[in-house]
Design a protein around this ligand. Sequence first.
Ligand SMILES: [Ca+2]
Ligand SMILES: [Ca+2]
Length: 371
Amino acid sequence: MAVVPAGLAAVFLTCLLAAPTACGPWDTPAPPPAGPPPGASTCIFTKDSVTHYISPGQTKIIVDSASTVCEAYLCDGNTGTASLEFALSATCSSGCVDVAGSVTYCKCLSNCPGGPPAAPSDVCATTQPCSNGGTCSNTGGDSFSCACPAGYEGDRCQIDKCDSYCLNGGTCVHDSARSTGVRCECATGYLDEQCQTPRCTSAVNPCYNGGVCVMDTSSSVGYACQCVPGYSGPHCETVSTCEASWTKEGVYCYKTFDMKRTYDQAVDRCQQEGAIVSKSQSQAENDYIRGLLVDGMWLGVRDSVQEGSWVWSDGSPAFTASGDFTKWKSGEPDNAHGTETDADCVSANSNGKWMDIPCSNKKVFVCRKDL
Ligand SMILES: [Ca+2]
Ligand SMILES: [Ca+2]
């Protein structure tokens, strides 16, 4: 680099102290004058076949078309031919602007008010624009890019992916080993990448044997299985069995009592077993319980509260729907039994047909309870 002469240095100093708009030829990209200003002593020089005029004490900086180096021409007060005072550092060429594609001036940059422009400030160092530990790279001028750590995104790494990644109460954790940069620790009962899948709706039903999965936050696994009759266990994996002396048929356990008792006594006895006097709710069940005993037997149903309103032994209404199973003997129920009246209980005879008879009669019976 050439040495800056004292006269020109004074010009730069003036520029340094003045607002950028006062920097004269540095920041005045006006077309060059066509000829010497009238009445003024003028220096003249020619560069790249263009004639330039400058007043005494002024400097013109242009770019050499071949070298792209900004060159400064100073009129030292003596009219005549201006000579090249010095060539600025090549770094100053970044401050040169082209006007109308023909004449080039050196623009006085705000941060380079009189000499070669200072190197651009490092925006990464001065503003530290990258958040959350992002690595800043200066990409020229005030431009930068941020390389974000795992789980952060956005042009400044300002977005924490964890803020919205995990669903249904899942806990988000930054994890550089994953392509997403984050992973979810799901709340119980939820599955998949973002905990978006309730366990009960996942492809694999956790409940066996037709059990129905229901979400249950009180469970350690977040769900519970509602088993169909005949199955038990946390996942309905266990086939239910009847206790000793009880026999399994379908989804019920049955136990026979071959001593004859009144209906109320039969009810009490079954209650002692945690059971009810057996209902008969299908032809198959009617056949089954009828086959357990020989004599006429009680069925668990009565109309003693209101005549004609039959109630099962578990308290539920009986025969209310048109399709409900019944096996009445012809002429029954008639609220009578021979000469007896007030027949409010039901006996199944040896062929399985039903009759209403007084509850004070004594019959054998079968108790029934769920598996
Ligand atoms: Ca009756
Ligand atoms: Ca009857």
